[in-house]
Write a protein that binds this ligand. Structure first.
Ligand code: ADP
Ligand code: MG
Length: 227
């Protein structure tokens, strides 16, 4: 019964996510289409062409950023709900983000421990990709980003802490709101996707942030208790 409930809930989330992705990506593509059509006009100046081209490229970059926030790990076969290994999955995400961390002069310090929870590994990775990426991006001048896992009798808790720019109270209140972004080229979708995934996996989350000091995001998932 429990697994049936999870399946139903999951299908809803999947179709909701799919619907929002197509919506999100259609907007920039429509803009690109418009400018391509303009560029076909015969009497168009080189200058205007250059300008249209730049706008089109910007919009394509935006479409890519949206796909990164939703679908980095998407695979062309149906997702499964299954036991997933928190440590292994986090290691994959951290491995993937090392180049970005290096670019920002950020050191990722991971203290991981094995834990098994139930959920979908792709979504789990997407969730932490978005959270850790935000942590890295918050550290303009480098620093350390900590990823810890704690396990007790009931839950696996993942703590992601950065020493970055932090958020004001107002920003904190808007964390996870669609399109809320303080970044020049931000989508404002990454945090929302992470939160949806946590909730879909029956997890809980909490965020603490202080302007100028850093941010800590704590996420807990019920342990899969093997019998
Ligand atoms: P994006 O990264 O595209 O801006 P997100 O939804 O991932 O969109 O994040 C929304 C906003 O939340 C960010 O623009 C930033 O202002 C804030 N934020 C999220 N994570 C952090 C963090 N670790 N430190 C500081 N601000 C953060
Ligand atoms: Mg982000």
């Amino acid at each position: 019964i429990r697994s049936e409930a999870i399946k139903l809930e999951k299908m809803e989330v999947v179709s909701q996510l799919a619907a929002s992705i197509s919506h999100e990506i259609r907007n920039p593509l429509t803009v690109v289409k418009g400018f391509m059509q303009l560029m076909k006009a015969k009497d168009i100046s080189e200058e205007a062409k250059e300008q249209y081209m730049n706008i089109a490229l910007e919009e394509l970059n935006r479409a890519c950023a949206i796909i990164d926030d939703y679908l980095t790990f998407a695979k062309p076969f149906p997702e499964k709900i299954e036991p997933l290994h928190v440590q292994q999955e986090l290691e994959k995400v951290i491995h993937m983000l090392r180049p970005l961390a290096n670019m920002h002069g950020v050191q990722i310090v991971a203290t991981l421990t094995p834990a098994t929870v139930i959920g979908n590994a792709q979504y789990f990775r997407q969730c932490f990709l978005n959270i850790i990426k935000n942590g890295i991006e918050a550290m303009e001048n480098g620093g350390a980003l900590y990823v810890d896992v704690h396990v007790d009798e009931k839950a696996a808790t993942i703590v992601v802490r950065d020493e970055g720019e932090g958020m004001t109270k107002e920003q904190l209140a808007r964390f996870g709101e669609p399109y809320f972004s303080t970044k020049e080229k931000g989508t404002g979708l990454g945090a929302m996707v992470s939160i949806r995934i946590i909730e879909m996996m029956n997890g809980t989350w909490n965020i603490k942030s202080e302007k100028g000091r850093g941010t800590t995001i704590t996420v807990s998932f019920p342990l899969l208790l093997e019998k």
